[in-house]
Design a protein around this ligand. Structure first.
Ligand SMILES: Nc1ncnc2c1ncn2[C@@H]1O[C@H](COP(=O)(O)OP(=O)(O)OP(=O)(O)O)[C@@H](O)[C@H]1O
Length: 311
């Protein structure tokens, strides 16, 4: 395992920030930490980086204990904090040059790497511009460029797409996904679930300091949504279609939106649905199984927690 924790906990006085965390992230995996504000994501990240000390439990990153061997961890782990600090009056190039000095890279090697990472992040053309003139998206890309300078084995990214417009976020996510192709293990935290869904191999859902669910999005959907099949149906209206759909054995929730029907069913009802459309005198335009969405898993999970607490 590249990242492994055992009963890792952190308390700030009486506030429990992280409790009993057992996390395992394998080599080359993209793992997403999800959860509402204050659920412990950043604290987890800081403990893995050796930037804050656990109250109890242990962590290992690439076989090193971040508390006892912070430098060994730092050497191989790139970190993109939620707000990246660059010197605004300095150019992108100068900022990265500064970082390479901190890393102790010799000048020629440093210049080679700076050129490479700027190119890779699509910033080569603006390398000589002061960072103060950069948009948030450009700044984030520069942040990732800085992470890559040290050729890390692991990249830890805290809310990497926060504040980016949808297009910039998508571009940025593609860049993160690109790290995986090089074998870099990625741990990221985010609120933006549909984005996380698009790039993470597995996710862990945090709630009040505990990781309450962990797995692939499909695993989570099965556990939280009860393995429901979501089926999308588009048909030219048959007179009695709605009635027929409702009366089908195994159909749960049913809603109509933007000219499509969305059904929740206990089994794959596609053959029956196709028949129902024809029998209602309609024409079948589209029929497919929908991928479960992480937004839905998340919403449903917290709805259940609130119900359980209210009871
Ligand atoms: N330095 C600190 N001193 C005291 N309490 C803290 C400190 N850092 C975090 N906490 C508390 O620990 C809990 C977990 O915070 P953390 O920042 O890890 O959550 P998060 O999931 O990253 O939230 P967000 O999504 O808002 O970044 C919160 O209740 C927070 O108030």
């Amino acid at each position: 395992m590249v990242i492994e924790t055992h009963d890792l906990s952190k308390r700030y006085g009486r506030v429990v920030a992280v409790e009993g965390l057992n996390l395992q992230v394998g080599e080359g995996e993209v793992f997403g930490l999800l959860g509402p504000n204050g659920s412990g994501k950043t604290t987890t990240i800081l403990m893995l980086l050796g930037l804050t000390e656990p109250t109890s439990g242990t962590a290992q990153v690439l076989g090193h204990d971040p508390v006892r061997e912070p430098l060994s961890v730092k050497r191989q782990v790139g970190y993109l904090p939620d707000s990246v600090g660059f010197y605004g009056e300095m150019t992108a190039w100068e900022n990265l040059r500064y970082t390479t000095r901190l890393l102790g890279l010799p000048r020629l090697e440093a210049e080679k790497r700076i050129g490479e990472v700027l190119e890779r992040m699509g910033l080569a053309d603006v390398a000589q511009r002061p960072v103060a003139t950069f948009s948030r998206g450009m700044r984030q890309r520069l942040g990732l460029a800085e992470v890559l300078l040290k050729r890390p084995k692991v990249a830890i990214l805290d809310e990497p797409t926060l504040g980016l417009d949808p297009e910039a976020a998508l571009e940025f996510l593609a860049m993160i996904r690109g790290l995986k192709a090089e074998g870099i293990t990625v741990l990221l935290s985010s609120h933006l679930l549909h984005q996380v869904q698009a790039i993470c191999d597995r996710v862990g859902l945090f709630h009040r300091g505990r990781m309450v669910l962990v797995g692939t999005v499909r695993d989570l959907a099965e556990r939280v949504l009860g393995g429901a099949y979501r089926i999308r149906l588009r048909a030219s209206a048959g007179a009695s279609l709605a009635e027929r759909l409702k009366s089908l054995e195994g159909v749960g929730a049913l809603r109509q939106q933007d000219g499509s029907w969305y059904l929740e069913a206990r089994r794959d009802l596609r053959p029956e649905l196709a028949r129902a459309v024809l029998e209602a005198g309609g024409e079948l335009l589209e029929l497919g199984l929908e991928e479960p969405s992480l937004d839905e898993v998340y919403a449903r999970y917290f709805q259940e927690v609130r119900h359980a607490e209210a009871a």
